[in-house]
Write a protein that binds this ligand. Sequence first.
Ligand SMILES: Cc1cc2nc3c(=O)[nH]c(=O)nc-3n(C[C@H](O)[C@H](O)[C@H](O)COP(=O)(O)O)c2cc1C
Length: 357
Amino acid sequence: MSQQPLFTPITVGSLKLPSRIVMAPMTRNRAAEGQVPTPLMAEYYAQRASAGLLITEATQFSLQGYGYPNTPGIHTDAQVAGWRRVTDAVHARGGRIFLQMWHVGRISHPVMQPGGALPVAPSAIAAEGTLYTVEGPKSFVTPRALELSELPGIVQGFANGARRAMEAGFDGVEVHGANGYLLDQFLRDGSNHRTDAYGGSVENRARLLLEVTEAVAGAIGADRTGVRLSPMNPFNSMSDSDPAKTFSYAAGALDKLGLAYLHVMAPVPAPETPRILPLIRERFRGPLMTNGGHTLQSANAVLNDKLADLVSFGSTFLANPDLPERLLKGAPLNTPDSSTFYGGDARGYTDYPALTA
Ligand SMILES: Cc1cc2nc3c(=O)[nH]c(=O)nc-3n(C[C@H](O)[C@H](O)[C@H](O)COP(=O)(O)O)c2cc1C
């Protein structure tokens, strides 16, 4: 069993991981008032500390970057103190944990923004559908296009958040460049119609992602910095006219930064995946993590095929606190309950049973 590639150690930046099994970032909307991480969150992450690496739920570095109720922040002292409880609990169990950091961009609403302001985005283009806010579901509004002069503040915001994450005891930071949030809104041309140095060509559209990643790496070390991308994910009304070109370029540019890893959401059954992942693999020579619908078999296969070096598991890890042990033993898996994914209490959060109590 131990010959399975999933269970072989790997060095990621400055960390030695005992396995290639990663817990994918998952928003759970259980932070307290002031977007402060709670003791229950510390318990949840500590229960899952046997992962090769844990990546937290997406965390905002400013109130402007806030979109959904009760997602945690990393911009106040109370939030840093709350996260310190989480990292201490994970480290006490021998685990390693990165903070995923986001700015939601247009995926917010005036009721979630300071002073009822419009959410911001590369361009004044609304996402379709509704957002779940503190006042219930609301239709997306047309966001305000960020001024060129505001972009250095976004870059600094990510870097400051990364410094705060180090204060909170994290082993590193994953820059959220995926799933239709601000950096992805800049990267893909469906949501970026700018005509300045941050729009148009792929070099321009990738500029903010690269500036942010460089600033985070400059603040905490490239060996503690990861990036997440989702080339084919249409979630949050996202599209790109040439994903192969866009994401090959981004992967090649990120390669030059000497990052801890690149995390690519590339669901296994999607027909595009075989096309995009090898392209990224060719251009990004550091540790490559893949994600999306993986089982023990598919994860071992993707590693055996050298398409990736690590595999992250989302809902399976959510429902199985001892996932590495279960995979190793071929034990049955608990089924995730999607009704308790977002918000609530310990139910569907810290009460999924482990094999051994
Ligand atoms: C409850 C839930 C919350 C999620 N929140 C995030 C998030 O905060 N950041 C992120 O990058 N992806 C998020 N995702 C996507 C997961 O990281 C992952 O890409 C997705 O679940 C597919 O992997 P899986 O098939 O192993 O679950 C979330 C997924 C779930 C199920």
